[in-house]
Design a protein around this ligand. Structure first.
Ligand SMILES: *Cc1c(COP(=O)(O)O)cnc(C)c1O
Length: 369
């Protein structure tokens, strides 16, 4: 691996392939895989990740918003793309770019049918989302008759799939709740399909659902965090390889006398001689202020160096008193276990999802193939 000479996010496509194949190994042969590439493919690089997965024969993609789907189409992604949270204002664009909406309430269903009819669409593929306990987006079970009656008035849409989202699939102490969600979804899907007169695809599992509830894989699974290298448990994390490594360099080293302070608001006061290193990455790059003041640490020459004082917009200062290092040396903020984004995020009481999606767009992406 090349040594970093500036702050970079390295994206390891071999790791992505490994994670994809590991997830596939958990599935029946005919279970389809939908790759979730929302939020710049969890902070990495959506177009490259999707292009690579398309070549590996993934079945479907999902993004959160229409603009994210448009970016994938512009980059030559031709597989179906589910838009999880579309807004009506973008429906014309969605249709122009052959993106498939998730329809989750009466308002969005009616708005979509209106635009699809206006655009003279017939059998336009759409996905109906049911709420089974997350209470975020989705029709309720007692909306089924309404949806069916609405569908009888038009041939502009075709129901490609029915889906739901699990609230606590990674938390085995919530197993009873999750099993109840799965049972509810299966019952809803059966009732709905019978009234609809055809059988749409069914999907309910995210990454932790795939790992913890093999009986719920149904026709397709939706994996996000697993593709990027996290299994949401100590045990499963070992089976994945983090795709993204965030690296930087030491810009400057200072020797600080006892009693001096470091950084804004003089938040760090030294009680002995300390050696500090200044690193060109800050809260504008995604390292939030909650990592400052001794919580988070970076890795320099295989040793942890804690962030001292407040995180600045473009820089952090770390304690390298005990580390043999010099200006220009490489710094790893997170990468592979045991210095993964999951480990790093724990130092500020958050989760891998948050730190990896926070890596700012100004950081250069470098691909390892
Ligand atoms: C983001 C998202 C996923 C992916 O979840 P992971 O835990 O990252 O695998 C799946 N389904 C829906 C509806 C989502 O919003």
């Amino acid at each position: 691996m090349p040594k970093a000479q500036e702050t970079v996010l390295e994206i390891d496509l071999k790791a992505l392939k490994h994670n994809f194949e590991y997830i596939k190994s958990k599935l029946q042969k005919d279970t389809k895989v939908l790759a979730v590439v929302k939020a710049f493919a969890y902070g990495s690089h959506a177009e490259s990740i999707a292009g690579f997965l398309q070549d590996l024969d993934v079945d479907y993609f999902a993004v959160a918003y229409v603009s994210e789907g448009v970016a994938l189409r512009d980059a030559g992604i031709v597989k179906p793309i589910l838009v999880l949270h579309p807004q009506a204002v973008n429906f014309k664009t969605l249709i122009e770019r052959c993106l498939e909406p998730s329809l989750y309430n009466a308002k969005i269903l009616n708005e979509f049918i209106a635009v699809a009819s206006e655009e003279q669409q017939t059998n336009y593929p759409v996905h109906i989302k049911f709420n089974t306990g997350l209470n975020r987006l989705g029709f309720w079970e007692n909306d089924i008759d309404y949806i069916i009656s609405k569908l009888k008035t038009t041939n502009s849409v075709f129901i490609t799939s029915l889906f739901s989202h699990l609230a606590a699939s990674e938390d085995l102490s919530e197993k009873e709740f999750t099993l109840q969600q799965i049972r509810n979804f299966k019952a809803i899907a059966e009732n709905f399909s019978e009234k609809l007169g055809h059988q749409p695809m069914l999907h309910v599992c995210n990454t932790s659902g795939i790992l913890n509830y093999p009986e719920a894989h149904l026709n397709m699974v939706r994996t996000g965090i697993g593709l990027y290298g996290f299994g949401n448990s100590e045990k499963e994390n070992k089976n994945f390889i983090p795709v993204a490594t965030l690296k930087s360099v030491i810009s400057q080293i200072h020797h600080i006398e006892k009693g001096e302070t470091v950084g804004y608001n003089r938040a760090y006061k030294s009680d002995a001689m300390v050696k500090t290193a200044t690193i060109p990455i800050g809260h504008a790059d995604g390292i939030g202020r909650q990592y400052g003041n001794g919580k988070g640490y970076v890795i320099i020459n295989n040793k942890p160096a804690h962030i001292i004082g407040n995180v600045c917009m473009d820089m952090i200062m770390v304690d390298v008193t005990e580390i043999d290092c010099k200006e220009g040396d490489e710094v790893v903020i997170f990468g592979n276990h045991p210095y993964s984004a999951s480990d790093f995020s724990k130092t500020a009481q958050t989760i891998s999802y948050e730190i990896i999606t926070a890596v700012s767009q100004r950081i250069k992406r470098v691909f390892l193939t």
